[in-house]
Every structure is written in C-alpha cells, then in structure tokens.
Design a protein around this ligand. Structure first.
Ligand SMILES: [Zn+2]
Length: 435
C-alpha cells in the first residue's frame, strides 16, 4: 500500500466509482474442529443477506496474511473475486493443554460478496510457519435454494454515519447481557466506546471513513457468565469468562448467533459490549472483539482489543518470568507491529530513529536508573522508534517498535507510531483503490 494514497482524499471519493456491483452478502457458517495436531473445516450453512458491506475496493488483494484466508473464485474463469484473512479462537485453543486431550469444535462465520454466477470458496488455516494445515474448497451456486435468509431485527441506532456503506468501514456494536429495559444504557456505553476509539490517532483524523451502528439485542438476564463463581446467566450471546480456563478471558463461542443478531444492519467489523464491571475481553483479527464496559480500564481495553480485531496488531507485551514461543525465526510474523528480524524490511525499518537493538538488559538498566517507561509522564516522554527486545509474549527473539504503546499497557495513552501507521494503512486498504 502506498502511503501517499492516504493523503489524497480525492481518490477516496473516486473509490465508489470502482465499487463492485455486489448487492448481496453470502454468509458462510463453518465448524472448525480438531486437536492440537489436527484440524478440519466443515461447511454448516449458507445464508443470504441483502446488501454488501465489506470492501468495495482492493477486493482481490490481501493486506495481512492472518492465520487463515478465505477466497472466492469465479467457477468458470477461475478469476479471484474476493479474498480476506482472519484469525480464530480455534487456533488459539490448539495451543492449550486441553487440545492435547480432547477434540473440540468451534463456530466460524465469514462474509463474502454473493457471486453473480457459480463460484468456488476456499478456506485455509495456516500455522506459524505459514504452512496450510487445514483447508476446504466447495462450490457455491447463487441459485441454490438452500441458501437461506436471516431476518432477526432488534432496536438499532447509528452513532456515527459518515457516508454510504460502500465508501465507509461499517462497525457494529452488539449488546451482550443487557435486558430490553437497559437498551439506553447500552447505547450510551456504545457511544463511550466509539469516542474512546475516535480519540486515538489515526482514527481521530480518519473518522470520516467510518460508520458506527449499535444493535441493542436484548438478553433475558443482565451481565455475563462467570464460570469460576459457578454463576451462569441467560444472555443473547452466551459470553463467559474463563475461556480456555483463563479467568479473565471473556469471549463468546456463539458466532452463528452473533451474526444472526446483526443480520438487519450493515456491518463488517464487530464490537461486542458486555454489561459487566469485571475486567476482561478479547479480540480476534477479522472476527470480533469483546470487552466489559464499566471497568475503570474499559476505555483503553476496548481500543486495545479493536487494535487486534480491526488492524491485526499483535500484543507488544511479554512475560519476563516465562518464555513463550509464540513466534519463530523462520517466518516473519504477519502482524505489522512486531518482528523476529526474518524480514525487517517489510516492517518499520524505514521509520527507525535509533540504531541497534535495545536489549532487555538495556531496558532493565533504564528502570534501575529510575526511568521506568511504564510509569513516566507521557507528555514529557522522548521515545524513539527502534527495536526493543520483548514483544508478542516473548521476552527474547521478538521485538516491538517503541518503549510503550496502546498494544502494550493500558496506561500509555496512544498507539505507537508504527501501530498508527499500520492502522492508517488498513483504513486505506478498505477505502482507497490501490492503483
Ligand atoms: Zn505499537
């Protein structure tokens, strides 16, 4: 993606002229199943939704590799009509100890434009070495009588409408654990969440590329389930803490229902707001993000998780006391804000302000000298873009671009310059034709 495009807003206006002729969405529901060593993809259902709200530019181009990809090809000519990448909770779970003992299944949903003629869909899952570990290829005939509509409708409200769906990125907030009479509470918390995102650059200066709509799907009970307290609630998405037995990991596994709930509004990215004060959340690239709304840290957490789900940013934090081998030194991670130096040219080499590596020992020495970057007055911080050892949960072998960042700690108020550029690039990818 050429950076210059981001400054030429006239091109963004032209984007609509290149917009595809798609007027329907094909919703593909899959079951991913397996263990730590096996993976299988099965098609569950296909649905049709009026309107296409995904990218109408760069449809056959991929920006980030993700942990999997979906492609739609015309059956007669083989022409690539649409491609997208994603990550999944299933692949996260495959790294858990539980996956060595039991086979489990996870729901996944992808949205692609409804083809005009018979097409082929391919879904692939890849590992950390970018090797395909599971795939499915199947035909889609747009005339198939078993492609069914979904028509669930709930009270909804636009919080920001910058333009037509084909010109803007459509973000949907979904209420989780709000009873019908709590709809206004949900709308006000969705507004708070939107304002938190839009207070961060580059969202702030590019807000005219976004639409935000909020869907107040009612739950029978308030709150969310807390399994470690044996407290289960009847909520519309069945979200709960203790995902993969990690206490603060709050997710929903009901992706089919999540997309049912959204079927009456334009959406391409999903933010689930959970009606609870307890810290927690999660974000999965091009799937969804979820956060509690009334914790003192909810605002930075929502922006952090949106960094994962929208922009594919990696966590920049790491653990000093344990070594986790998240990434390797064979394949450069696809996330734009970390590197293992396999292909640093593709990352922020052009933005480097200091030479060499700032090692863990260097960082410890700074802390010992009273210059702890986690606690300083950030209005006076004089940070430089460089290579800082420790990122992506790994204390060694992975590097982040900046001492602190929204993707590292909740206290730091902004995205680092590299994350900011990465977000800018992905916003352009959605809204500016690269030609
Ligand atoms: Zn960053």
């Amino acid at each position: 993606m050429k950076r210059i495009l981001s400054t030429i807003t006239a091109l963004a206006l032209c984007a609509c002229a290149f917009a595809g002729s798609y007027d329907k969405t094909l919703r593909l529901d899959y079951i991913f199943s397996g263990t730590d060593k096996t993976a299988e993809i099965s098609l569950a259902r296909m649905h049709s939704i009026d309107g296409w709200f995904g990218r109408s530019v760069n449809m056959d181009k991929l920006l980030l590799r993700g942990n999997g990809q979906i492609r739609l090809n015309d059956k007669a000519t083989g022409k690539l009509l649409y491609v997208n990448s994603f990550s999944t909770l299933f692949q996260e779970w495959q790294n858990e100890e539980e996956a060595t003992r039991v086979r489990k299944s996870f729901e996944n949903v992808f949205l692609v434009p409804m083809p005009d003629a018979p097409a082929t869909v391919t879904v692939e899952l890849t590992d950390n070495y970018n090797k395909v570990v599971a795939s499915i290829t199947h035909d889609v005939d747009p005339a198939d009588i078993l492609i069914s509509p979904v028509e669930e409708a709930y009270p909804s409200r636009y919080l920001l409408k910058s333009g037509a769906s084909e010109d803007c990125i459509d973000i949907a907030f979904v209420a989780e654990g709000y009873r019908a009479e709590e709809a206004e509470l949900f709308f006000s918390e969705a507004k708070m969440a939107m304002e938190s995102i839009l207070s961060h650059e580059p969202f702030k200066s590019m807000k005219d590329r976004f639409n935000f709509v909020a869907v107040a799907a009612p739950s029978l009970e308030s709150g969310t389930s807390v399994p470690h307290d044996h407290a289960w609630k009847n909520t519309v998405l069945g979200s709960h803490y203790d995902t993969f037995y990690m206490e603060r990991y709050l997710t929903t596994l009901n992706l089919f229902k999540l997309h049912d709930v959204l079927s009456s509004v334009p959406y391409e990215h999903i933010i689930i707001l959970c009606n609870t004060e307890t810290y927690g959340g999660g974000g999965v690239f091009n799937s969804y993000m979820l956060s509690s709304t009334r914790n003192s840290l909810s605002k930075p957490v929502i922006v952090h998780e949106f960094g994962h789900s929208f922009a594919g940013l990696a966590d920049e934090y790491f653990y000093d006391d344990e070594f986790v081998q998240t990434y390797n030194n064979v394949v450069e991670p696809w996330e734009p804000n970390i590197t293992t130096l396999v292909d640093f040219d593709s990352k922020w080499k052009d933005m480097m302000e200091i030479d060499g590596i700032v090692t863990k020992a260097d960082q410890a020495a700074e802390r010992a000298a009273g210059r702890d970057t986690r606690k300083m007055d950030y209005t006076k911080a004089d940070f430089k873009v460089g290579l800082y050892e420790g990122a992506g949960y790994m204390s060694e072998g992975a590097y982040r671009p900046y001492p602190e960042c929204r993707m590292k700690i909740n206290e730091y108020p902004v995205f680092c310059p590299v994350c900011e550029r990465a977000i800018r690039t992905i916003i352009d990818y959605y809204t500016v034709e690269d030609r």
